[in-house]
Ligand binder design. Sequence first.
Ligand code: FCB
Length: 479
Amino acid sequence: MTTTNQGNPDYRDSGLVFPPGFTFGSATASYQVEGAFDEDGRSPSIWDTFSKTPGKVWNGDTGDVACDHYHRLDSDLDLMKDLGLGAYRFSIAWPRIQPTASGEVNQAGIDFYARLVDGLLERGIRPVATLYHWDLPQYLEDAGGWAARATTDAFERYAKIMGAALGDRVHTWTTLNEPWCSAYLGYGQGGHAPGRSEPASALAAVHHLNLAHGRAVQALRATSSGDPEYSITLNFHVLRGVGDAAPEAMRRIDALANRAFTHPLLKGEYPADLLEDTASVTDWSFVHEGDLAAINQPIDVLGVNYYSTATVRLWDGVSPKQMNDGHKGTAGGTAWPGSDLAVEFVEQAGPYTAMGWNIAPEGLEELLVSLSAEFPDQPLMITENGAAFDDVVAADGSVPDPKRLDYLRRHFTAAHRAIERGVDLRGYFVWSLLDNFEWGYGYAKRFGIVRVDFDTLERTVKDSGLWYADLARTGVLPE
Ligand code: FCB
């Protein structure tokens, strides 16, 4: 691989050449972009309910319209082609496919995703489909949600339906996006739908999500008639620690946030220290015989989402903050407040994105290298990386976004350095194709490489999008 100015301490390289076949993609998720919340048979998800609950989402924003992607599918597909994307990572809205508790299939829902997949293939773009990016059908939450084992049975049935419907054409199946968020933010901290604050339920959700993944991989394999790849996407905590007890604080969060997923998924076991740490919260009796074998399915690629690092210290009990202002355990949060497990997430050095997340490209390199050391035979894919900044539209209508472009350059440089250090990294999906509904932050935070005017729904490729198109076309990190 040829490189130029390699070694810039700021990770601001250019001219780096990515390996042949490296996938340059972009990602979105159903609830964040589709809109059409009550059309063609779709029923409410937990995010419809949550966003319509006063005080839960900034400004009372909802995904009712979002980017209106559901109605603008063809022009959005053309946009992806113009950007030269090699792959598009999207998610399927489960409540479009099985809108009622009967589980009956809604053909209109299948048809939408079939049109999406066919439209991608016609344009030479690989479909990377996630079954679950957080929009659980509300009727399943009403029956216990991810805290209930029955939700894994329902997920397996849903996976069979999707495998049979699209398994001849999807390039990569991803079962779950960031089960950490679903479990801990949804059932523990409560800042995400369904908004429950029940520590024992959060750990039950961790296990049921892991199990749902394993069952879904088997169901997809049994029903997909093509030769798709199988994956799951995790968000990792790249940890730093402060204080005398830093190693202990880091170990606890590593167990809860990272190894609670990687070990059952890739090694077929829960870490002993995780079970010990959480013994006062749950006895883990929701883990049944045979579950770990079911979870531990071979996958072709492990999806890695990375935005920033996290710095922790053992909570001194003096400043009892709730873990309520960190989307991903960033500053101001406390894991297990009030318990002997308490660990505080402390403020980190800048610079920051508009989310308040610290910009740390070296954390991405470190994460990829450490995953590859721990799981040497497991190919990796960056399934999300990107940044929110407050964009300003120029007088000529263009959207210069130098900070986002710089963020991407630095993280692509980090990914390239990991490849040079021997990491089997297959591709990189920028979050996000479009500005969209950023969960609890509503439309206040813009991650897109394409701007969406939320009044007119008009799309404008930002400077970062033009830069990315150059990278995707040439495989060489542009100036
Ligand atoms: C990830 C989510 C994605 C988006 C980005 C910013 O946690 O998977 O939907 O919200 O963060």
